[in-house]
Ligand binder design. Sequence first.
Ligand SMILES: [Zn+2]
Length: 670
Amino acid sequence: MTASREEALRLRGFPQQLELPDLVVAARNLHSYLQPGLPVIKSKRVLFARSEQERFGANRLNFGWYHESAHSSLNQGWVRAYLSGGGDPYPMRQKQAFIPTMREIPADAEAISHQLLVKGGYIRQLSAGVYSFLPLGRRVLRKIEAIVREEIDRTGAQEVLLPALQPAELWQQSGRYEVYGPELVRLQDRGGREFALGPTHEEVITQLVAQEISTYRKLPVTLYQVQTKFRDERRPRFGLLRCKEFVMKDAYSFDTDREGLDKTYRSMYDAYHRIFERCGLQFRAVEADAGSIGGEGGTHEFMAIAESGEDDVVTCSCCNYAANMEKAVSRESMELASDERRISAVTRETAAPQQFHTPGMRSIEELIEGLGVSGAELIKTLIYVADGKPVAVLVRGDHSINETKVKNALDAITLELADSETVKRVTGAGTGFAGPVGLTVPILVDYAVSILPSAISGANVTDYHSRNVVPGRDFALTQVGDFRNVQEGDSCPNCADGKLAIIRGIEIGHVFKLGTKYSEKLGAQFVNAAGETHPIIMGCYGIGVSRLLSAIIEQNNDDSGMMWPATVAPYAVHLIPVAHQDAAQMEAAERLYAELTGAGIEVLLDDREERLGVKLKDSDLIGIPLRVVIGKGIAEGKVEWKERSSNSPAVQIAIDEVLASVQTHIVQSS
Ligand SMILES: [Zn+2]
């Protein structure tokens, strides 16, 4: 730093220079106050602080800061923040804290994160899929939100707050009022006007931009929101993982051309990596299907890897291929797309189809067992109703149908399995005996079925199947395509040697190139430099903020409770005196408490009149990253130090080393 800059800062009111690392931890805890775009304050910075104790009491400081990097446009600035200069910056004494821990596992809690968040006093259920966030839960939520805001701000996006209450007309205009189905919460106001509670905000934001922006000069722009959204889940479960009411971050980008959208998409994709890394998550970005949101071009889901996840993630053992089950394809299917055998099958000389008695054999498993054949010799025929019209879908007996691929191939809005009445009407037989021969509805045939030389299928007569069924000879292939789910061990579509594996994941984010679907319907247009009018090109980018709490806990827990990563933990340190009636221990605990909070570290002090066993059990359960137990060792100036997520046993350290150890730990884990 040059003398003149130092002098300039001094004149601006930052007279007191403090060298790192004294303030590094304090500054780190001030993230949310810092100017947008400022990364974590680490090394190579000098901080200036001026206490304003005279005017504002104990806790207010001004920080000036600069960065030595000449490339950064964010290399100086200042921020005012409240810091502990004496009293507690926040209520952190457990005697007063509202942390209602429980010993029993809630009866309806299936997911481990649901169990622990309720037991640890982080959340409480109000009604199915609707939760209150108690102080610990709220603190974690705020930390996650702060990370999300910092990284999204860094991309240049600007935050807005949008209405949850949205007029039905807007949803009718986009065509989604019906399509969204029963998951859209619908209600009426006193005048009988229809509204929806927003599950997402494409309509609202597109209309807003349509009204305010009409020229390329005001583009590109990206707006985002962090707020409560609603979805009428049929079966809410797994705590915060599948809720009726949840906190989302949604960003919407508006560009003039595809290149602009690609750039915005990439910057969001990168921001998502930083966000999930900072939250301490193990995750994969996977290729995804566009789904009901519509749109075109690229879309990726971000999946937190977890045994308990509801989604299947397909990954390659050799390359970086990753896709969700809806989207994943196997090399086998790709190669069959150009296979010639299909054509030769038509001329194959095989005996004509022959019906045989298969009483009660409705399922593939029953056929395999009853006939002693393999699944690969069977054709599985399922009758679906696509946009009100019945279709038949054929996959091999050892494969499963991928409804998303079927839906996309038909370009259908709705696709559901036919009820038994429809099956009877279409096939003439009871459920379980459908086959392709003689059907008059369109027949969608998976590649693997299309090349079968001869197979067994249902005979469209109850209790009968047919053998010697030859695709192309005995029934018409209305449409041939990839209609099946990939299986463990299928070949990778992206590299020569890789085999596909299927792991479980929790969807935590989604980036999406919308294109002009919404801008066309809602009239969001711009005039370009040549005076021509075009629809604005959009992208949307969501993160399930409240479900991140659950995803983090699914990945960070043991038999005793939660293990929060330092970056999102409700407190950094849990201070636990062994005996509340021991004056020396309590005095040492208070001294550490003052010292740590004085350095801006968030500390929870367990000053309750409880047995040590109870305190330690609660401490393990709520999962604060660092624990300092003050016991008899205090006579020699020693306390017990334990990292929650480490398997190493507790160690004795000098009480004078606690602050430095905590600071080192925080800096290392950020
Ligand atoms: Zn591969």
